[in-house]
Design a protein around this ligand. Structure first.
Ligand code: LMR
Length: 396
């Protein structure tokens, strides 16, 4: 029967990792997948993670199954990190969280529960959004619609068009939002814009579904949670999916979580029974290691301090690179068309290059960026800045 299958092209993001690894040019630059790299182009294990792993190695007595909801201490610590330890919704017992296999697993589990709560539910996603949102959510059975978000000609959020687009959503529809570090645009809602979006969600009876894969990479852990915390303070219901891939550097350990904020403790408890039940039907339970590591860090003041300082170093480096990259591009191209890069946040910006220019960068200059012209700024370094900006100027 497998002879009936047709071979598929590589994944548009993860396929680049393979191409980059196979390229033996000494000049090659990886600006593809959303993976942090240091000045030497390495993605090191964080010091706080190493120490937590050592403690885990010393203390772990069993590898017996975790429950369906994953690690309870992890779930509590992550809920506090996203919502704040004293959030009224938390004190009222309205928030439930289950551990998931990374953010992708979290999105899938969330989709399963959304469909049970509201069969045929429509989810509105920003145009553009993370390229895997649509395939992942639609393969889980969700109908996706899009709302305008980013104007590529001005390299900025088209906020009025976004609000107007969301007027098309109907009561009970779900709106997918990026908690911070919008992927792929790097253009985040300001606090005032979040407040206005929440006004609209409230007026129209829409439910936010916040994907937060980069908490801590824009301004800081608490600052980047503004949208989540404000939504949970004002709205009766909310779904949040979080990933520890980037902020804890636990990419391959696949650790994340899904939270539901419900109208009451009773509804929250019902919701978590469904989160666990959907999990059982998809992968039974999430892998334990990464969640153990995260909970050890978040439940230890010294390790938390170390982790926050390592996260701060990653954030500051990306923000500095943004400034340097924008300045150097201005010098090399003699235009200010790339100035927006310095204003945006997180790992990504859309460079505004066309398909032929992106292909030339790859074929002639060994520079790998995603086909939408999304570049991972964390792959820029002082060592490759000159080469990178010369190459971009050459293909313009
Ligand atoms: C990305 O957007 O590059 C990352 O989130 C990696 C992925 O899974 O796509």
């Amino acid at each position: 029967m497998f002879d009936r299958l047709k071979k598929l092209p590589d994944d548009p993001i993860l396929g680049l990792l393979r191409l980059y690894r196979e390229d033996d040019s000494p000049d090659k630059v990886d600006l593809g997948a959303g993976v942090y790299q240091n000045e030497q182009g390495q993605t090191e294990v964080l010091g706080a993670v190493k120490q937590a792993e050592q403690r885990l190695w010393d203390s772990q007595q069993t590898k017996v199954y975790e429950g369906l909801r994953g690690n309870a201490d992890f779930n509590t610590a992550m809920t506090r990190m996203m919502f704040g330890a004293d959030h009224p919704a938390l004190n009222d017992g309205r928030i439930v969280t289950v551990q998931t296999t990374g953010g992708s697993g979290g999105l899938h589990i969330a989709a399963g529960v959304l469909l049970r709560a509201s069969p045929g539910v429509k989810v509105w996603a920003s145009e553009p959004t993370w390229p895997n949102h649509q395939p992942l959510l639609s393969s889980a059975g969700i109908n996706i619609e899009t709302y305008p978000y980013y104007d590529a000609s001005s390299n900025a959020i088209e906020f009025d068009a976004m609000l107007e687009g969301l007027q098309r959503a109907e009561r009970g529809d779900v709106v997918l939002l990026h908690g911070c570090c919008h992927n792929p645009t790097g253009a985040d809602l300001s606090r005032e814009q979040w407040d206005r979006v929440i006004d609209l969600l409230e007026e129209r009876g829409l439910v936010p579904f916040i994907d937060v894969a980069y908490q801590g990479f824009a301004e800081g852990i608490d600052e980047d949670a503004y949208g989540i915390r404000a939504s949970a303070a004002r709205l009766p219901e909310l779904v949040v999916v979080s990933s520890c891939s980037k902020n804890f550097g636990l990419y391959r350990d696949r650790v994340g979580c899904t939270s539901i904020v419900a109208q009451s403790n009773e509804h929250a408890q019902t919701s978590v029974s469904h989160l666990a039940n959907v999990t059982r039907r998809v992968y039974s339970m999430p892998p334990a290691h990464g969640a153990e590591v995260v909970q050890i860090i978040l439940n230890d003041a010294e390790l938390t301090r170390l982790w926050l300082s390592e996260l701060g170093t990653m954030r500051d480096r990306v923000n500095n690179l943004r400034r340097q990259f924008a300045e150097m591009l201005a010098t090399k191209t003699g235009t200010d068309r790339f100035a927006f890069i310095a204003q945006q946040r997180g790992m990504f910006s859309l460079l505004g290059l066309d398909k032929a220019q992106i292909q030339r960068l790859r074929d002639e200059f060994h520079i790998y960026i995603v086909g939408s012209s999304r570049a991972n700024i964390a792959g820029v370094s002082e060592a490759n800045l000159d080469y990178l900006t010369d190459s971009i100027a050459a293909v313009l």
